[in-house]
Design a protein around this ligand. Structure first.
Ligand SMILES: C[S@@+](CC[C@H](N)C(=O)[O-])C[C@H]1O[C@@H](n2cnc3c(N)ncnc32)[C@H](O)[C@@H]1O
Length: 235
């Protein structure tokens, strides 16, 4: 993990990056679908924006967030004192509760490729019977070697930056898109293709809904949300 933006810049990203469209979609899903008085966990919650917005729309829900970054957790806890935040590594985290909704937005691509499935495998058993997970992430075009992976990351990163500049982003936010491109191409973050990760989601969740929110064109790369329901036994 390298060059994460400051909490204040993070908060602006939702306004200018295509990411904001995806997060709005996730918010609409939670507002409509979360069980009344349910318990919601946001894994890799960053500075807490998503949970803060959920609290405004659904004050019946109990909200918890986990992130490895102490600065983000302090920022979130100060800004949203009614939400419970915990500094922890999701890879060593051992769930002690069950949840009606588990969220992980922009998180999976921060875990090394060989840890992504291990992380996802913890989640089905952490859901209440009618619970669901929402993953939201950018995916690159599929690739079959390291050069193709870098090209796919460069393509996503360039289009992301372009869209963000076109939205009138201030320089801090534009710089964040340059850092994203750099981290992805150089392999400090681990964006994968949906083609590679979809079989893992299918193995773990009997019911799966997959939607792309950006770009509007018929691209393979882009921002997607994935809703998973139901527990499947691991063979
Ligand atoms: C791109 S941010 C996403 C933040 C937020 N979920 C959002 O939608 O804006 C990725 C977050 O994952 C956190 N993170 C990275 N590795 C982690 C780990 N092993 N355990 C917990 N959090 C981690 C980072 O600190 C960062 O806040």
């Amino acid at each position: 993990m390298k060059d994460l933006p400051k909490s204040e810049v993070y908060e602006q990203e939702f306004e200018y990056m295509p990411w904001g469209i995806l997060i709005e979609k996730v918010l609409a899903i939670i507002q409509k679908e979360a069980t009344e008085n349910g318990r919601v966990l946001d894994l890799m919650c960053g500075p807490g924006y998503l949970l803060g917005e959920i609290a405004k729309r659904r004050d019946d829900l109990t909200l918890e967030g986990i992130d490895i970054c102490g600065e983000f957790i302090n920022f979130a806890q100060n800004k949203y004192p009614n939400i419970s935040f915990q500094e922890a590594d999701v890879l060593s985290w051992k769930p002690t509760n069950k949840y009606d909704v588990i969220l992980c937005t922009g998180g999976i691509h921060h875990l090394p490729y060989d840890k992504q499935e291990l992380f996802l495998e913890k989640l089905p058993a952490t859901l209440n019977p009618n619970g669901f997970v929402v993953f939201a992430d950018p995916y690159v075009d599929d690739y079959s070697n390291e050069s193709e992976r870098k090209q796919a990351a460069a393509k996503l990163g360039y289009e992301y930056m372009l869209a963000t500049i076109k939205n009138g982003a201030p320089d801090d936010v534009t710089k964040a898109t340059i850092d994203i491109l750099y981290n992805d191409v150089m392999g400090f973050e681990y964006k994968t293709s949906l083609k590679k990760l979809e079989p893992v989601f299918r193995k773990l969740f009997p019911q799966l809904e997959i939607e792309k929110t950006w770009p509007e064109s018929d691209s393979e790369f882009g921002d997607y949300y994935i809703i998973g329901k139901g527990e499947k036994k691991l063979s």
